[in-house]
Write a protein that binds this ligand. Structure first.
Ligand SMILES: *[C@@H]1O[C@H](CO)[C@@H](O)[C@H](O)[C@H]1NC(C)=O
Ligand SMILES: *[C@@H]1O[C@H](CO)[C@@H](O)[C@H](O)[C@H]1NC(C)=O
Ligand SMILES: *[C@@H]1O[C@H](CO)[C@@H](O)[C@H](O)[C@H]1NC(C)=O
Ligand SMILES: *[C@@H]1O[C@H](CO)[C@@H](O)[C@H](O)[C@H]1NC(C)=O
Length: 465
């Protein structure tokens, strides 16, 4: 620092200048350090990724193949079904219009007919274990699987997967002019499998109430997104689900309990968790045995997350509001290498919209939004989550960083004929958005969901171990 000559004023000024430049220099230094750190973490993230890729090769490479879709949209017709006209989405495109139009010439693209159904019992050996997103999927008795808005439980005791979902094999109708398309509650369907491909119908494990109109499960109400977790302390299987009336004003969660994964589940009660409205929801069970409820609240404007009590039959008072103002629903959580990830959808009724991936170091937040995880198909496929909505992410132990993304392709004209879109989800690579809370240091990886018309898990995974 130059020492300035005489008098008090210059000295004071110089002192001022000195401290100012010190501040500037330390700021520059700090920024430099930040930059270096950022580069270093990027490098190590990239290197870690390359190592991961090398180590997972070629198991994961198959899953990461990208298929493009080139669908010719037919010239617009003057008359659309009133359904399609009414449900015009904000980011409306001809392809979404076609999807929502029951009479579209492209109907077979989104809802292939029964002739193309996947029948694991009859499928030729060279075709076995292939998933065909959107095609009708039959159970071992030859009936279409009814497990919409579902979730997966891996039961370690029986080394079996149990798929729970809404059993919707009834007529679709509207309760009144302004009501959403609906099917009366029939119950929660359950299917079991050892290979995640061949599913045996275990029946309806929680059934609708036929006569008592004040009962939550009365057929005129709404039961959506059932999820089951096993409680090691009590030895019980606990089911949480969205319970509502036909107008979606009750906005509650219901709880049921069973001694066996295949039920029957005994319905306990419903509640508004933490005193808030609750619509789309899911349950996530962490490694330490603590289970969490995540639900859309404040009229779907935000998500709430909080731990359940030790017996999983209630919420604890502890709750965090996350993704506030982002209007997300259909949450599906998973964990990889200590980081929590979540896929959500926007709120547009039965119409598909853009998925987003989120990540957090602590499950209670803060949660960062990382962007759209969808890869392949075409632009409209990616902006519409492959014409489906998230419901669950299944971990695949044995292929680190690999998961199955479970989604529903809703068919509002005939809800029982809604389809399943299962696709590989891989955690790896750098995320594509800067972060709000961690000053640009990615402490987590990109989440990618790869579009495939047809795909299967590596044979090493589903062969008997
Ligand atoms: C599977 O085998 C059947 C019968 O041998 C054959 O007709 C079919 O083309 C094969 N499919 C593939 C994808 O190889
Ligand atoms: C009908 O359901 C309500 C709510 O679960 C219950 O309190 C009531 O006892 C039931 N009524 C009959 C007749 O079972
Ligand atoms: C739903 O709303 C309609 C129209 O506002 C009303 O007529 C009906 O009674 C409501 N149903 C329930 C179950 O609240
Ligand atoms: C949610 O919507 C209802 C009906 O429009 C309204 O009465 C209520 O105040 C809203 N709640 C919040 C938290 O915005």
């Amino acid at each position: 620092m130059p020492i300035s000559g005489t008098g008090n004023l210059p000295r004071i000024l110089s002192g001022y200048r000195c401290s100012k430049s010190a501040v500037v220099w330390s700021l520059v230094g700090f920024l430099l350090m930040l930059q270096l750190y950022s580069i270093a973490t990027h490098r190590s993230a990239v290197r870690g990724d390359i190592e991961l890729h090398a180590s997972r090769h070629p198991l994961v490479r198959e899953l990461e193949q990208v298929e493009e879709e080139n669908i010719q949209v037919p010239p617009p017709r003057k008359k659309r079904s009133p359904h399609a006209a009414k449900r015009r989405h904000k980011r409306s495109s001809t392809l979404i219009d076609e999807f929502l139009d029951e009479n579209s010439q492209l109907r077979h693209v989104f809802f292939p007919d029964v002739k193309t159904a996947i029948d694991p019992v009859k499928e030729a050996a060279n075709e076995s274990h292939y998933y065909h997103p959107g095609k009708i999927w039959l159970d071992t008795e030859g009936n279409p699987i009814q497990a919409h808005g579902g979730g997966m439980l891996y039961d370690e005791r029986s080394a079996t997967y149990f798929w729970y979902g809404e059993y919707k094999d009834g007529p679709t109708y509207r309760a009144h002019k302004k009501g959403a398309a609906r099917v009366d509650i029939i119950g929660v369907g359950c299917y079991s499998s050892k290979d995640l491909w061949t599913w045996k119908n275990q029946g309806i494990v929680l059934a609708a109430e036929q006569t008592n109109e004040t009962h939550d499960l009365h057929k005129s109400n709404v039961l959506e997104r059932p999820k089951v977790v096993y409680n090691e302390r009590t030895g019980k299987y606990v089911m949480w689900m969205h319970i509502d009336d036909a107008n979606y004003t009750k906005a509650a969660v219901g709880i049921a309990i069973s001694d066996y994964p295949t039920g029957p589940f005994e319905y306990h009660r419903s509640q508004r968790p933490h005193g808030f409205d609750s619509r789309d929801m899911t349950i996530f069970k962490d490694d330490d045995g603590v289970a969490y409820l995540i639900y859309s609240s404040q009229n779907n404007s935000e998500l709430h997350i909080g731990p359940l009590t030790d017996d999983y039959l209630d919420v604890q008072p502890d709750m965090q509001r996350i993704l506030v103002g982002q209007r997300r629903e259909a949450p599906a959580l998973f964990k990889y290498q200590g980081t929590y990830y979540m896929i959500t959808s926007g709120c547009s009724g039965w119409a598909p919209n853009e998925a987003l991936a989120h990540a957090a170091e602590s499950i209670m937040g803060p949660w960062e939004t990382m962007g759209n995880p969808c890869i392949g198909g075409n632009k409209m496929f990616r902006l519409a989550t492959f014409f489906a909505q998230s419901t669950f992410v299944i971990p695949l132990p044995g292929i680190p960083g690999s998961y199955i993304f479970m989604a529903d392709r809703w068919n509002p004209a005939e809800l029982r004929d809604s389809r399943y879109v299962w696709l590989p989800l891989i955690v790896g690579g750098l995320p594509d958005r800067p972060f709000e809370f961690n000053f640009g240091f990615p402490s987590w990886s990109r989440v990618s969901i790869y579009w495939h018309r047809k795909w299967k898990l590596p044979s090493s995974w589903w062969l008997p171990k």
